[in-house]
Design a protein around this ligand. Sequence first.
Ligand SMILES: Cc1ncc(COP(=O)(O)O)c(C=O)c1O
Length: 385
Amino acid sequence: MIKVPLLDLKPQYGSLKQEILRVLEEICDSQLFILGPRVEAFEQEAAAYCGAAYAIGVSSGTDAILASLMAIGVGPGDAVLTTPYTFFATAGCIARLGAIPLFADIDPETYNLSPEAARQAALHPPEGLAKARIKAILPVHLFGQCADMDPLIVLGHELGAPVIEDACQAIGAEYPGAQGVRRAGSMGAAGCFSFFPSKNLGGFGDGGLVTTQDAALAARLKALRNHGSEVRYYHSMVGGNFRLDALQAAVLSVKLPHLESWHARRRSHAAYYDQAFEGSPIQTPAAVYKKLAANYHIYNQYVIRVPNRDAVRKYLQKEGIGCEVYYPVPLHLQECFRSLGYQKGDFPESERAAEQTLALPVYPDLTETQREIVAQAVLAAVTQS
Ligand SMILES: Cc1ncc(COP(=O)(O)O)c(C=O)c1O
């Protein structure tokens, strides 16, 4: 039996090992670990790559979201409009600021926040949330495909609420909208990125980034990541320690020039799976911007939908094929948000997605043989489960 892991980062490390160890050694020799020239260099490279005027390196994707919400003044009693079908951090950061996640359902085709559902939630919030002011809209570019930004930005203007992009899974993903093709993190008031090792651009630990086109917001974010301090030991606001390590920045700078080719390789795996699953009961991921943008999808995850998901998953696990459920419990049904008063049935598309979706191996170094093995196993699983 040939096993195929969901993710294997060792070949990528092997190909960059000399270069990475050299820059890490330079930093160790300098003993300068906090912020400094390595972080500044990476910030400039990342801003240029994302099409943003400014980029601020932070300690994780979670802290990127937290700092962005803090920077636009989200606080106790405010509401932030977002999706319940995402990683916990999206809504967790809202709650940590004393604000309330106001959920709206997803588009079942893309799994991203539905602009129509968002508008309805804003117009008709649940009873307990009627008085809360919507302070921001926080769409997620889930699995590596941008949310439908144009109507969300229009809604944000109408509500007087900036759009903060949770682009943690979508660095480089492009959105063909009214203003041409733009990259994740360059469209809203701020864009939040994660460099968790499993992301398309992954560090050697935790790391994150906030992008923005707004000089004043960039300055606030820079202060917030350093305890709200612009001049050492003088604090104009309360921030946190959200700094990106120089060691992480150096690793990310070595990896960034390869990112486009890694995205392309993921897309080629996706195209292979799409074709292999044609005519089967497997629903392949929609690529709604295909032909309209080069990075129409960066496939941080390749996620299929199957009605008998749990049986398929068990079969694949038995066959040694890595797979994962992102995410089994939509956020409105999480225990910690019970007090918000949401019920099962409130967001049927998110709930259905949580029951039916399964992510398959799609990392760049997956070989042709491995992806064939995965496709055959998935087809067998679907017919036999
Ligand atoms: C959609 C989304 N938001 C937020 C995060 C949080 O990022 P991090 O794990 O770097 O804190 C992640 C990644 O884990 C994510 O996928």
